[in-house]
Design a protein around this ligand. Structure first.
Ligand code: AMP
Ligand code: MG
Length: 494
């Protein structure tokens, strides 16, 4: 298999990684292969399948031109700073330029210990790696920027968790793996040259239009903040809870990364938390915009040494004022992106001053009556098409939604246009199928206990067409029993 690598990270950022090789897998077996993505990357899909693919994506047979390395980064985890985290169980294999001319990282997760492993075993289990594949593919199908899953290979070796689990390696594709934590790593070491090289690299890779901007670090901060504002708004509008928004899990590219304890909302409640380790609810659904801003403030701090000499008090003061403007602008950028998405979900094409309140009041109603977030929006499209009964049926007291619905109806009529077209537009932005927690668990249990991939494959096929109302797939649209959701817990990095 010949892959044309062009490894800019290895070339341009010495000091930001350790060259390292994956651990050999005793009996690799392909569990999941993303053929469409393989083709997008310019790979010969036949050559990456079967035994050859399993050898390739387990790390046993590295292709020519690969320069595997463990990336260094720091990060705030649940608010506490670690100056050195780094790829403890991941490796960047190399970069390719895809068929659209986009540079993409190809990386392994679960490929063994590295110098950054600390106490960990460097391994990953089948369940969590398939989970990342499933949810990241679902996010992609929903049109949300995300890293992608190219392959999951069972290693044939058990990994020891609370019980022994089958091991796996995930091959992940990303616009880059640069994180807020990558900048924090250099800033924490006081390595200003390294920090400058990193900023130049990030700009060249993600914001080439800023190459000649006068205040490049500030412009980079602004670009990252704008991308994150749009990304978090997209999450909120589909009910996605990332679960572990540490600064090492926030990208510079604006892609969603690191699907550990993530999960989707069922009944709407901003306080929803599923992650077992998030006991304070720091990363609850409704906190995500606030946390994004907090993380961006950490990026701003890391960039300050590029903007002012630490000994020049006046210059530092000015730089702090400049980055503060960006951090203070973030809530407005986020609100704007959120509202734009909400207008589309409401089927509206014109802007009206009352739209934010209209959307907010809908959400309050859902919260008050513990109504499923995804189904409520989807059923609103039926109401647009003339049948409000499915929407009403989601409420224990059907009449509870009537006053709001009349308000929305009046607003929709003022917006103008054809009702059928409005309903059709709404069905393109309000998904019918999301990864329901009980469905995900069911598919992963079959895969990891019996290596039975059938439930995984059928669920994945459904998640890849989230907007198509195919009655054959209606089982995937149903929320889990409320009791199950109330006790549902997700886990990090297992
Ligand atoms: P995550 O929560 O997956 O974003 O990981 C946070 C940090 O813990 C990163 O530095 C990971 O490389 C490291 N890590 C997570 N799981 C393991 C493991 N099994 N072995 C070694 N390092 C790990
Ligand atoms: Mg991480």
């Amino acid at each position: 298999m010949s892959i044309v690598f062009d490894n800019s990270y290895a070339r341009d950022l010495p000091g930001a990684y350790v060259a390292w090789r994956p651990t050999q897998a005793p009996a690799p077996q392909m569990l999941f292969l993303n053929r469409a993505l393989a083709e997008e990357l310019g790979f010969d899909a036949a050559a990456v399948d079967g035994a050859a693919g399993a050898a390739l994506f387990s790390g046993n047979a590295l292709p020519d031109g690969a320069e595997p390395l463990a990336q260094a980064y720091a990060g705030h985890q649940f608010g506490g700073f670690s100056p050195q985290l780094g790829d403890g169980r991941a490796l960047l294999v190399g970069e390719v330029v895809d068929r659209h001319g986009q540079r993409r990282d190809i990386a392994f997760k679960g490929s063994g210990r590295t110098p950054f492993s600390r106490g960990g075993d460097g391994k990953a289990a089948v369940g969590p790696m398939l989970r990342e594949a499933l949810i990241s593919e679902a996010m992609h199908a929903l049109g949300i920027p995300t890293t992608r899953a190219l392959a999951v290979v069972a290693t044939g070796e058990p990994v020891q968790r609370e019980v022994a689990l089958p091991g796996a390696v995930l091959t992940r594709v990303a616009a880059s793996h640069l994180r807020v934590g990558t900048f924090q790593y250099f800033a924490a070491r006081g390595d200003i040259d390294g920090l400058r090289r990193l900023a130049d690299y990030a700009i060249a890779r993600h914001d080439p239009a800023l190459a000649d901007a006068p205040d490049r670090p500030l412009a980079l901060l602004r670009a990252v903040a704008e991308r994150q504002a749009r990304l978090i708004a997209r999450w909120m509008n589909v009910g996605f809870i990332h679960g572990v928004m540490n600064t090492d899990n926030m990208t510079i590219s604006g892609e969603t990364i690191d699907y550990g304890p993530c999960a989707f909302l069922e009944a709407y409640d901003p306080a929803t938390v599923f992650s077992s380790i998030d006991q304070g609810g720091r990363y609850a659904y409704g906190n995500q915009p606030l946390i994004a801003r907090w993380n961006l403030a950490r990026l701003a701090e890391a960039l300050l040494p590029l903007m002012a000499d630490a000994n020049d008090e006046a210059a530092v003061k000015q730089a702090v004022a400049q980055v503060t403007t960006v951090i203070d602008d973030f809530p407005a950028w986020y609100a704007q992106a959120l509202l734009q998405g909400q207008r589309a979900k409401l089927g509206l094409q014109q802007a009206d001053d009352g739209d934010a309140a209209l959307a907010e009041d809908f959400l309050s109603l859902l919260q008050q009556h513990a109504v499923d977030f995804t189904l409520a929006w989807r059923r609103l499209a039926d109401a647009a098409a003339g049948d409000a009964n499915p929407l009403r049926a989601l409420f224990a007291e059907a009449a509870a939604v009537n006053p709001w619905q009349q308000r929305w109806q009046a607003r929709a009529e003022r917006d103008g246009g054809d009702a059928a077209q409005r309903a059709a537009r709404m069905r393109l932005v309000n998904p019918w199928i999301i990864p329901r927690n009980h469905r995900v668990e069911e598919a992963l249990a079959a895969a990891s206990t019996q290596l039975d991939l059938k439930p995984f494959d059928t669920l994945l096929a459904a998640l890849r067409q989230p907007y198509d109302e195919d009655p054959a797939r209606s089982a995937y649209t149903q929320p889990a029993p409320a009791q199950l959701t109330a006790g549902y817990r997700t886990f990090c990095g297992t």
